[in-house]
Ligand binder design. Structure first.
Ligand SMILES: [Zn+2]
Ligand SMILES: [Zn+2]
Length: 364
């Protein structure tokens, strides 16, 4: 009937988290934009260690079993806090339909004291899509305009899909206070360790030693700019100090979350040096407080990223380095989510898996 408005089904496919080892592909309504939001067709969406921990033993952070204090969300949650997409509706006009954007995922208020001092990742009402409200592991997502950055012309979708985790690595590198000439040690050469390594390289002309188990991760660390690599194990402290000098490292960045690594970091940092913690240990670590106090070691921490400082620079870094080629493991349809989360949670993945929600099944 001409003249009638076409009634489209407004439904989409989404990967929904219910609890440990329970993620379901569901048919959901396409979200409606609220004030300040745009609707994105999701082009790539990634998973990280946070999702793997929730898959293995959650819910921990995910607002599934109790309401999130800011968003009020409670119940099964659409995954996905690392995504890029194409604008399909822009009611506020901040972006044009067809624009490709990368999402920061974390939403801040802009008014609380932490936001005013520029630390938007510590906003009193910080809410992250895919952790505290529905995220971007779906065909569509409604996202606030202010947490979107344009994808540079010519950057492939697979590479642009790394923008958010690289922003986290870049933020960690900033938090470490690294400067030219520093001897830096990074513990952990998985995805986050690799992003931190790239961040440190982009900020300072430093000598960077990377520690992990021998194998493809360390080989990759050398290809993306480590000065040297040291195999993890019994002799790791002695081997590291043999390379950088007995007085120790100016900065040690713990990016593995593995047990005992804070203690290892304390033994490798110089007097007056800095330890930056990015990795989240599964249980509270034992700390040699005496060694920290006597030698005036500074311990700093890093969480998420600051959109204004980190997201656009991360996209630029992806456009000018080999990181994308080195870090993307594979791209999958949404239906593979459980299988890939299991791979990630059991340590079988060295790089990043991405999902293309517009792809319905694996090609034959
Ligand atoms: Zn993540
Ligand atoms: Zn705030």
């Amino acid at each position: 009937m001409t003249g009638d408005r076409q009634v489209t089904p407004r439904r989409m496919k989404a990967a929904v988290y219910y609890g440990a080892r329970d993620v379901r592909i569901e048919d959901r309504p396409i979200p409606e934009c609220t004030a300040g939001q745009v609707l994105l067709r999701v082009l790539r969406s990634g998973v990280c260690g946070t999702d793997a921990t929730e898959w293995r033993s959650g819910p921990h952070l995910f607002a599934v079993d109790r309401p999130h204090p800011v968003s009020g969300h409670v119940g099964p949650l659409i995954l996905g806090h690392e995504f890029i997409g194409e604008v399909v509706e822009s009611p506020g006009g901040g972006f044009a339909v067809g624009d490709r954007v990368a999402a920061g995922a974390g939403v801040w208020c802009g008014e609380c004291p932490r936001c005013v001092e520029g630390r938007t990742n510590l906003c009193w009402s910080y809410t992250t899509l895919g952790l505290n409200v529905d995220g971007g592991m779906a065909e569509f997502v409604a996202a606030p305009e202010k947490m979107l950055a344009p994808v540079p012309e010519g950057l492939s979708l697979d590479v642009a899909g790394l923008a958010q985790p690289l922003a986290v690595g870049l933020h960690a590198a900033r938090r470490s206070g690294v400067s030219d000439g520093d001897r830096v040690v990074i513990i952990g050469a998985g995805a986050i360790g690799s992003f931190v390594l790239a961040g440190v390289r982009s900020l300072a002309a430093a000598e960077i030693t990377v520690i992990d188990f021998p194998g493809p991760r360390l080989d990759r660390a050398l290809r993306i700019g480590a000065t040297r690599v040291v195999p993890a194990g019994m002799n790791v402290v002695a081997d590291t100090l043999a390379g950088i000098g007995a007085r120790g490292a100016d900065v040690v960045i713990e990016a593995s979350g593995a047990p005992g690594q804070l203690a290892t970091a304390i033994r490798m940092v110089r007097s007056g040096g800095t330890i930056l913690l990015v990795g989240l240990p599964a249980s509270p670590p034992e700390v040699d407080v005496q060694s920290l106090v006597i030698r005036e070691i500074t311990i700093r921490t890093s969480n998420a990223h600051v959109f204004a400082h980190d997201l656009a620079p991360a996209l630029q870094l992806l456009a000018t380095t080999n990181l994308g080629r080195e870090l993307v493991d594979s791209v999958h349809p949404l239906d593979d989510i459980a299988e890939q989360l299991e791979r990630l949670a059991t340590g079988q993945l060295h790089g990043k898996v991405l999902f293309d929600p517009q792809r319905s099944t694996d090609p034959p």
